[in-house]
Design a protein around this ligand. Structure first.
Ligand SMILES: NC(=O)c1ccc[n+]([C@@H]2O[C@H](COP(=O)([O-])OP(=O)(O)OC[C@H]3O[C@@H](n4cnc5c(N)ncnc54)[C@H](OP(=O)(O)O)[C@@H]3O)[C@@H](O)[C@H]2O)c1
Length: 248
């Protein structure tokens, strides 16, 4: 029996266990199990690994994506550049390699979605948290120029006030990526503060949020004629990337 699992705290609402359990049934993958391991401190990881010698791989979620690096022997390009690990591959000799599958999930979904316009777009990244870091590294690697937006001007190129004051900024950035939690269930009536009236069919709005399916941000974009995409494909692609990493 091969064991895979998820470490984090708390894990009650996590997506991965349900996703992998359904995948194993649907694809008739036998002799594998995916378990949640809710650990209260990252330093509980070595004892967990000792207790489960058949553990082949782990996903890592909040709050350990950065702190887990001290237990990793090698980082791949994605984890090294993003500075966070959300997939661990455990080799037969016990050594551990860290990956960032959010990087792959976002990159693959973005490249497929905007493939025809990729060389013509400049991006605006809303928010400066963990997901924004992966997004920025993907944009760098895809040669898409970008500017950043924060509530705190010291952390980014613009704040939201400037976007409404200077309309040239929005006109110049036709790919707008929301990495803030604004609009996520249950706060579905919230949206980033943008001059939505300036949007039109030349714009692409990507929201990393997947619940609800259409956030207020995406809805306002769609009403203005923009193309829209939510975070569900990214989420599923990052889970599939974990599976590929563990099995390659
Ligand atoms: N689809 C996927 O696979 C996937 C993967 C990862 C994350 N996500 C989603 O991405 C979102 C962000 O995740 P994260 O881990 O990066 O979160 P995070 O670390 O909490 O960062 C979110 C950033 O959003 C900004 N922000 C927070 N509250 C805000 C508010 N009230 N108004 C305006 N801006 C606000 C902040 O930037 P400033 O302080 O600079 O304003 C913050 O750094 C979540 O909704 C998460 O579910 C989706």
């Amino acid at each position: 029996m091969k064991i895979f699992g998820l470490i984090g705290f708390p894990l009650a609402h996590s997506f991965s266990q349900k996703y992998f359990s359904e995948k194993f049934i649907k694809e008739k993958i036998r002799d594998v199990v995916y378990q949640n391991f809710e650990i209260k401190h990252i330093d509980d990881l070595p004892a967990l690994l000792d207790s489960y010698p058949d553990l082949n791989g782990l996903n890592v979620t909040i709050p350990y994506k950065e702190d887990v690096r001290k237990y990793i022997d090698n980082l791949d390009h994605s984890a090294e550049k993003v500075g966070a690990v959300n997939v661990i591959k455990i080799l037969p000799d016990g050594s551990k390699i860290g990956f960032n599958s959010d990087y792959y999930g976002f990159r693959t979904s973005l490249e497929t979605w905007i493939s025809n316009s990729i060389s013509k777009l400049k991006a605006l990244v809303l928010g400066t948290g963990g997901a924004a870091k992966a997004v920025r590294i993907v944009l760098d690697d895809c040669n898409i120029p970008y500017s950043t937006v924060s509530r705190n001007i010291a952390k980014a190129d613009y704040d939201y006030y400037e976007l409404t004051e200077n309309t040239d900024i929005i006109q110049d950035h036709r790919l707008i990526i929301n990495t803030t939690p604004l609009g996520m269930y249950p706060n579905v009536n919230e949206a980033p503060h943008l001059p939505y009236e300036l949007l039109n069919a030349d714009f692409y709005l990507y929201d990393l949020i997947y619940n609800p399916e259409t956030t207020l941000f995406l809805n306002k974009g769609r009403e203005a004629g923009a193309r829209i995409k939510n975070g569900l494909e990214m989420l599923e692609l990052q889970a599939e990337k974990s599976w590929d990493i563990w099995n390659e």
